[in-house]
Design a protein around this ligand. Structure first.
Ligand code: TYM
Length: 327
């Protein structure tokens, strides 16, 4: 079985973009790949977050992974901070990166361009840590949304650089984005991506939102004045976004939804999508509640960390030998 790896940062509440761009892909692949999925909590402190919030987000995230259908018997599920090798290889990768290439990373560039103050050094060096996350496990594929592919490209460069400098050590990974839903947009401004930022509550559907509130958000989603139901992301980005959401959640191809709505209005389509989202959240949250109160989370994380540590420690020992740390 080929190895696949991905992660989510517990920085805020998970939203539909995370589900569609990332989690739904993980579920699809868990039978076919040796899959490692973790909670990127080392990445979460690159922006200010209280210990209480981080703890709550972490519990929610693992419970939502399980509620979505990730099976701990098939997938290695763990907490990044439970595997020390991430921080160790992260440092080696930081020293393999050039300042110039990190300055080109979009997230950092956007924040500095906006003149934000208080940007941490960790936010600047987080891409090499992400490279370490991937390279420790010889992951061949990394399923992510579009906003993360740049980091996987950097990972490829760093892996090649290290391999050339020392000798063959790392597998060169490939980003995997799905054909539908690789970028879910804000419902209130479909030119922006749906994100964990708290400034756009109407545009974002949190996975733990009250399903009735989520229904309203879909009904008031921004569309256009063209009035024809077709898939045209360029001219009708709001509509294309809604069609994407419906398609991923129901597995019905976009063309088939469009065909069913020939000659009909946006209102009717929105009603169907609002119902889909309502049902999806109701079902997910029922499972989430059961899992979060089951007391099983620690056990799942312990089992995952044991396996992850075994694999990651083998890799870090190799790296330490190659760079000359081991005498
Ligand atoms: P994070 O936590 O920002 O996002 C988690 C996943 O959700 C996807 N995503 C989206 N997909 C579609 N539409 C959206 N609006 C949307 N918003 C987010 C992201 O692309 C991502 O796949 N650095 C990573 C976490 C990470 C990681 C890794 C990922 C750390 N180490 C190693 C893969 C491999 C991050 O901040 O993702």
């Amino acid at each position: 079985m080929e190895t696949m790896l991905s992660a989510i940062k517990p920085t805020g509440r998970l939203h539909l973009g995370n589900y569609i761009g990332a989690i739904s892909q993980f579920i699809k692949y868990q039978d076919e790949y040796d899959l490692y999925i973790f909670i990127a909590n080392l990445h979460a402190i690159t922006v200010p977050i209280s210990a209480k919030e981080l703890r709550q987000n972490t519990k929610d995230l693992i419970a939502l992974y399980l509620a979505s259908g990730l099976d701990p018997e098939k997938v290695t599920l763990f907490l990044q901070s439970d595997v020390d090798a991430h921080a160790k290889l992260g440092w080696v990768m930081t020293c393999t990166s050039y300042v110039g290439e990190l300055q080109r990373m979009t997230q950092y560039k956007d924040k500095t361009a906006k003149g934000e103050t208080g940007i941490t050094a960790g936010l600047f060096t987080y891409p090499p840590l992400m490279a370490a996350d991937i390279l420790l496990y010889d992951a061949k594929y990394v399923p992510v949304g579009k906003d993360q592919t740049q980091h996987v490209e950097l990972t490829r460069d760093l892996a090649e650089r290290f391999n050339n400098r020392y000798s063959e050590t790392f597998v060169i990974p490939q980003p995997l984005t799905s054909t539908v839903g690789t970028k879910v947009y804000s419902l209130s401004d479909p030119t922006k991506k749906m994100s964990k930022s708290v400034t756009d509550p109407k545009g974002t559907i949190d996975l733990l939102d009250d399903p009735n509130v989520a229904r309203k958000k879909i009904m008031s989603a921004v569309t256009d004045s063209i009035g024809i139901i077709q898939y045209d992301p360029e001219n009708q980005p709001g509509l294309a976004n809604l069609l994407t959401i419906q398609s991923v959640l129901t597995k019905e191809p976009i063309e088939s939804i469009v065909a069913r709505y020939e000659g009909k209005g946006y209102g009717e389509l929105k009603k169907e999508i609002a119902q889909t989202v309502f049902d999806f959240l109701t079902d997910l949250q029922a499972k989430y509640k059961e899992i979060i109160t089951s007391g099983k989370l620690e056990e799942v994380l312990k089992q995952g960390a044991d396996k992850a540590n075994y694999i990651a420690n083998k890799k870090i020992r190799k790296v330490y030998k190659k760079v000359g740390f081991t005498l």
